[in-house]
Each structure stands twice: as C-alpha cells, then as structure tokens.
Design a protein around this ligand. Structure first.
Ligand code: ATP
Length: 228
C-alpha cells in the first residue's frame, strides 16, 4: 500500500479553482519531488494534503486513511510533518524549547536533531528570533522531525538562504533519505533535487502532467514544464 495517494484532487480558493486534477503517489521511504512553475499549484496541493484547503473532488489517502474533510490537527497526528513555506518557529522560545514543545513520540530527540543540524546544537539556548534565516529553517525542519512524521513535507525549504546553509539542508535531506524517511519536497534547485528524488510529479495549471523517475524528466520536458 502506498504511503500517500492523491487521485484527481480538485481544490478551490472561494470560487477560484486552483487544482483541476492532481494525482500523485508516494511509497514508504521515498523522496518525491513535486515540481512546476510558480502558481501551478504546488503549495495548494500541500495545503490540500494537510487539511488547510479542503478538496471539493478527488481522494487523498494517507496510510490507508481517507484525509479529505479531516481537520488539520487530526491529519498531523496521523504522521504528517509539514515545514511550510516561510518557516515558522516560536520567536520567543529558545531553540531547545522550540524543539521540545513539538516532541511527539520518541524516535526523534533533541540530540538526534542537533546531530543532524550541529548549528542548532551550538545555539540551543538562543531565542529563535536571534537566529539567521537559514538557522530558523533548520529549526523548522527540526520541529517537524520532533513530531516523528511518517511523511515529512518540505515546501521551498532552501528558498532565499545563503549557499552554505542550502548545502547543509540538502545534506540533511540526503541523510534523512538514507535512514528511510519518506519526504515530499518542493524546491526550485533542480541540480540538488533531481539526484535525491526517487520520483517526480510535475504540475501545470493544477493538473499533474508528468509522473516518473527523475531520469525520465528530459531536458525538453524540463524546459517545457519548468523553464522560465
Ligand atoms: P509558488 O511556487 O509561486 O508558491 P505554487 O505552484 O505553489 O506556486 P500555488 O501557491 O499553489 O502555486 O497557487 C496555485 C494557484 O492558486 C495560483 O493561481 C494562485 O494565484 C492561486 N492561489 C494561491 N493561494 C491563493 C489564495 N490564498 N487565494 C486565492 N488564490 C490563491
């Protein structure tokens, strides 16, 4: 059974339709890339999965359970860990406090997160609002991991960050993949994303137009669907 399956998902903002038929599947342990140019529906797809947008048609099944219509906190508890676009941490809590308040289950601990992101270990007593943007992004990922997610979802996690920090985040994604963590990734850096992805799905105007291995996403297809 697939970990996550979307089948013909249609979602709206008020009267305006954003998704017209999104289908994708993620198997346990896979890193899956969700791609497409700006405004094609990637974030709306993620919001539909986590319950922030309610699909009006189609199915979303996670670990065998139908998610459509379920409230976001219940969906999160099933094991979905979202790192939303534009990272969110508690600014007036320390790094350590931010991680501990997110803790659920015991697989991920403070120690394990700081092993993955040593910078967070060095700054564990600092308030989150004194961290750099990249460090806050690491903290946002750490917080999602502390919930012990069966599926980690990263929406533009490296956007707008300094190159060294981006490298650290990609290295962490590769390490997570090596441990068998399932991850859904939205990111514009194809040179990093394609090598780590097991499978790619491309959206155009709210429809899945490509599903396959990264090697099958030829330069022509990249140009057609992802070129600017
Ligand atoms: P980006 O990379 O720019 O975030 P995206 O692929 O994630 O793009 P979405 O943000 O999902 O795209 O947007 C899909 C469509 O839905 C776009 O036409 C966008 O204008 C519209 N949309 C997104 N958010 C809202 C909103 N809150 N209200 C109304 N329309 C929205």
């Amino acid at each position: 059974m697939s970990l996550l399956v979307l089948d013909g998902v249609e979602s709206f903002y008020g009267a305006s339709q954003a998704l017209f038929g999104v289908s994708l599947a993620i198997e346990d342990g896979e890193v899956v890339a969700l791609m497409g140019r700006n405004g094609m529906g990637k974030t709306t797809t993620i919001n539909s999965i986590v319950g922030l947008v309610r699909p009006r048609a189609g199915n979303i099944r996670f670990a065998g359970k139908e998610l459509a219509g379920m409230r976001p906190h219940r969906i999160a508890r099933l094991g979905l860990g979202l790192v939303p676009e534009g990272r969110r941490c508690f600014p007036n809590l320390t790094v350590e406090e931010n991680l501990l308040v997110a803790a659920r289950g015991d697989e991920w601990t403070l120690e394990r997160v700081t092993e993955l992101f040593p910078r967070l270990g060095e700054r564990r007593s600092q308030y989150a609002n004194t961290l750099s943007g990249g460090e806050q992004q690491m903290l946002a990922i750490g917080r999602a991991l502390m919930t012990n997610p069966r599926l980690l979802i990263l929406d533009e996690a490296t956007e707008g960050l300094a190159p060294v920090i981006r490298q650290d985040i990609w290295a962490a994604i590769r390490k997570l993949k090596a441990t068998g963590q399932s991850i859904l990734v939205v990111d514009k850096t194809l040179s990093e994303l394609l090598p780590v992805a097991d499978r790619c799905f491309v959206l155009e105007k709210g429809v899945t137009v490509f599903a396959g291995a990264p090697e099958a996403l030829s330069p022509e297809l990249q140009d057609r669907y992802l070129g600017v």
